[in-house]
Every structure is written in structure tokens, then in C-alpha cells.
Design a binder for this molecule. Structure first.
Ligand code: FPP
Length: 262
């Protein structure tokens, strides 16, 4: 058990809570929303929000790792984000270059390994190189996996998985009756996370309550926590507050809790 102080999302009251160290969610996934609104509130261009959001990634990655989180998946760029103005897309594509260019030594110091899921072959060459270098430079790290969803979309991921399975059926390697959940799991971009592939906790910042095409298959039994903070304002206390809320939930996976079984 350890204590932290949180501010109530509606009343603003500060309270002391205890986090159960034995029940830290192993895989946390975050939809980092609200960079644009954070910037607009300060009369700054939207890209200033993304820049501050990148700094928040550094803070939250270290905080999650210290808390004992095993996988932190961050939705950094969706397959739909290409619809944004060119200047914003170009800036978002440069962020990984800046982020990894400055933060890899810190990641290594914290034993954090970088992983990426998404259609990365469609990213600009410099972005691909920054990502590939970060993966290679942190390959030996055995602590938390920092998993960036970059040019990722949940529906596209499922379509690709179905195509792979269909190819196996067409070539006669696979009987459709043998297709099961484990087989589909193995075709998804989270396959190499093994037992840790499904998020235990999904956080979305900025008050919006939707999935936006994120990990549609993997969040089947995740607990959802929606936070009011815009992503650039998210910090260690906000992360601990979300984990505390997770620890108050009773996960049943479609079954019953022991005390209701009688
Ligand atoms: C959503 O806010 C945020 C994004 C689409 C981009 C998220 C990217 C980062 C936080 C930086 C990522 C850092 C690295 C290292 C890749 P929004 O722009 O939709 O905000 P709004 O809804 O207020 O307009």
C-alpha cells in the first residue's frame, strides 16, 4: 500500500488515498486526448498542445514504470488522423523524432523497452527511422514496455488479421472450423505482448467518452476510466487517481463475483 493525494474531478476537494501495490493494472492503454483544447485555452497554436503532450508522455512513462505497470500503450496517431491539416500532420510525424532523439537515454536508464503497433511502413522515412532506432536501442531493456500506437486503427487491424486467416484457408493450411479467439489474437498487432496483450485499464483524457477505433478487440474486458484533464495536464497524480478508480472496480469477465455466487 502507498498513499497519494488526488483532487476530486467535480468538487476539486483534495483527499488522501491508498493504492494497493499488489493490484496495479499490468497493461494500461491511454487515449491521449485534449492537446488542441489545452492549447486553444492558452491562445496557443494546436501544435503547442502536442509539444506539451509529448512532455507528458515522458512524465507518465516514468511514473507508470515506477508504479510497476508492465505495458503502457499510448494512442499517438490514428489511421484517421491523416484527415487533419497538413501542417498538424507534419508536426505530429516529427514528434517521435524529437521524443526519441532526446528521451532514449532516460528510457534505457529506466529499463523501458519501446515497441510500436500500427501501419508504420506508411510513415515518413525519418519517423520510421526514429522508431526503428528506439526499438533497437532499448531492445535489451527488461522492464516496462512503452507501446506506441502509430498510424493504428482497430478496424484496420481486424481487417488485416482476417485477411491473413483467409489466406491460410485459401491455401488449404487451415480449416475454417479451427478458427478461434486464440488464432485471431495471434494475428493482431498486440500478439508479441503474449499474456499482457489486453489492457486491464483504458484511460481517456479530456472528458470524451468514446473509443475512437482504439484496440476494439483487446478492450473487451478492460475497465474504462475517463478523466477530465486534457492530456498536457495529465501527470503522476492523475495516473494514480485512475489506477485508484480501477482498484475500486470488481472485474467479473462475464461471471459472478465470489460473494454473489452463493
Ligand atoms: C489528441 O488531441 C491527440 C493526438 C491526436 C496526438 C497525440 C500525440 C501526443 C500526445 C504526442 C505523442 C508523442 C509521441 C512521442 C509520439 P487532439 O489534438 O485531438 O485534442 P483536441 O480534441 O482538444 O483537439
Amino acid at each position: 500500500m502507498f498513499s497519494f493525494f488526488s483532487k476530486d474531478q467535480t468538487t476539486g476537494e483534495v483527499a488522501e488515498h491508498q493504492l494497493d501495490e499488489a493490484n496495479i493494472p499490468a497493461h494500461i492503454a491511454i487515449i491521449m486526448d485534449g492537446n488542441g483544447r489545452w492549447a486553444q485555452q492558452r491562445h496557443l497554436p494546436r501544435i503547442a498542445g502536442h509539444k506539451q503532450g509529448m512532455n507528458t508522455v515522458k512524465t507518465v512513462a516514468k511514473a507508470a514504470s515506477h508504479l510497476g505497470v508492465k505495458v503502457l500503450t499510448l494512442y499517438a496517431f490514428s489511421t484517421e488522423n491523416w484527415k487533419r491539416p497538413n501542417a498538424e500532420v507534419n508536426y505530429l510525424m516529427k514528434l517521435p523524432v524529437d521524443f526519441f532523439g532526446t528521451f532514449v537515454p532516460d528510457l534505457i536508464k529506466n529499463n523501458i523497452r519501446v515497441k510500436v503497433m500500427g501501419y508504420t511502413d506508411q510513415l515518413p522515412a525519418a519517423t520510421q527511422k526514429a522508431v526503428a532506432d528506439a526499438i533497437a536501442d532499448t531492445r535489451h531493456c527488461t522492464g516496462m514496455v512503452l507501446n506506441f500506437a502509430l498510424n493504428y486503427g482497430g478496424r484496420a487491424e481486424l481487417v488485416t488479421a482476417v485477411q491473413h486467416v483467409a489466406q491460410q484457408v485459401q491455401s488449404g493450411q487451415l480449416d475454417p472450423a479451427e478458427i478461434d479467439e486464440t488464432m485471431l489474437d495471434r494475428q493482431l498487432m498486440t500478439a508479441d505482448l503474449g499474456e499482457l496483450r489486453d489492457p486491464d485499464l483504458l484511460i481517456r483524457t479530456s472528458g470524451e467518452k468514446r473509443l475512437s477505433n482504439f484496440m476494439l478487440w483487446q478492450v473487451a474486458y478492460s475497465e474504462f476510466v475517463f478523466m477530465q484533464e486534457h492530456w498536457p495536464d495529465f501527470d503522476q497524480t492523475a495516473l494514480e487517481t485512475a489506477i485508484y478508480e480501477y482498484q475500486q472496480r470488481h472485474r467479473r469477465y462475464g461471471g459472478l463475483t465470489p460473494d454473489t455466487e452463493k
